[in-house]
Design a protein around this ligand. Sequence first.
Ligand code: COA
Length: 377
Amino acid sequence: MNQNDVVISGTGLWTPSQSITNEELVISFNAYVERYNAENAAAIEAGELVSLQGSNAEFIEKASGIKQRYVLDKEGVLDPSRLAPRIAERPDEQISVQAEMAVKAIHQALENAGRSVSDVDAILVACSNMQRAYPAVSVEVQHYLGMERGWAYDMNVACSSATFGIQAGVDAIRNGSAKCVVMVNPEICSAHLAWQDRDCHFIFGDVATAVVLERAEDAVSAEQWQVLGTRLQTKFSSNIRNNFGFLNRCDESGVGARDKLFRQEGRKVFKEVCPMVAEQILDHIGSLSITPEQLSRMWLHQANLSMNELIAKRVLGRPADRVEAPVILDEYANTSSAGSIIAFHKHRQDLAVGDQGVICSFGAGYSIGSVIVRRSR
Ligand code: COA
């Protein structure tokens, strides 16, 4: 072991208890469409408004691979007169929703790593949306974990937040500013999704994942994954965009407008991002003298099944099976930064010491992150 070696020594996954199937989603969406079209019949007839079209469960599964998603609040999402989760505000004295789910995932990750809260030096909350401006959610997480020392900060690189967070954690450990970093992804995607928009209403779900990073020489867990390398790439694009922010109130005309929630040019994203991701993985493993044949697993970001199949095929030079490129989006949908970590959490135990794989994320920014790991224990 080199003293610069860093390992992933544990992971955690917290899944909401409520879930929505495509069929349930489509029933409530179509009820909303019917109501909208009836209420606006005159304007639609006069050509002032365009009628809305219904959604379809078969289309959703075929276009995305998604069969269901977990959410914090099913009732609000499925209420045709609302189509948004009901998540009550909490007083300042109470733990916030996002910190609460982060703490649950972290406890599991620490147990998995054979560590306790007192071993942790730093908390990174890395995800697509922070529930407030400040104080940082991570500092609240640090408090509710009962950490009596250390530091914490929030970071947001949308769907790539987890791999960027892993690199930040690895760098902190290598440069000596921490020995043990916990990187956590509390994703409440149901709250940034336009459930009224047929093109994307099926895409997202809620979840929290956590990763424990430590110096290899300190780690005690039975199973460890050495981080062989991390690589990040960003390239500006508005094809996935959400304009929600603190300046919104400065122009009343835009408050509540469609652009203040997630939106995307799905086809363009598909076409532009897949080749960039495959190229980055190939280049990254090449720089570590690893051939595609030596890659036992690809834990890819979970946004769209066809995207993952195309990326895996480009990397391997042949179609990958679901063991080589595990799929969790059928059950979880797109959980933004957490997707590749859920895949890693659920689909790694069968690999042997010495086996190598890549955790890879991609999404808004554009942003792409790859983390090459080797099972070291
Ligand atoms: N139900 C039924 N039909 C629908 C529908 C729905 N919910 N939503 C769209 N359609 C229709 C469209 O109107 C279109 O009809 P047309 O051919 O008559 O014009 C047809 O289905 C195809 O629509 P399109 O939007 O082109 O579908 P797609 O095959 O590109 O799939 C996505 C849409 C979003 C699943 C896909 O583009 C995608 O996943 N892209 C990757 C981007 C991504 O996931 N990003 C997340 C962040 S990384």
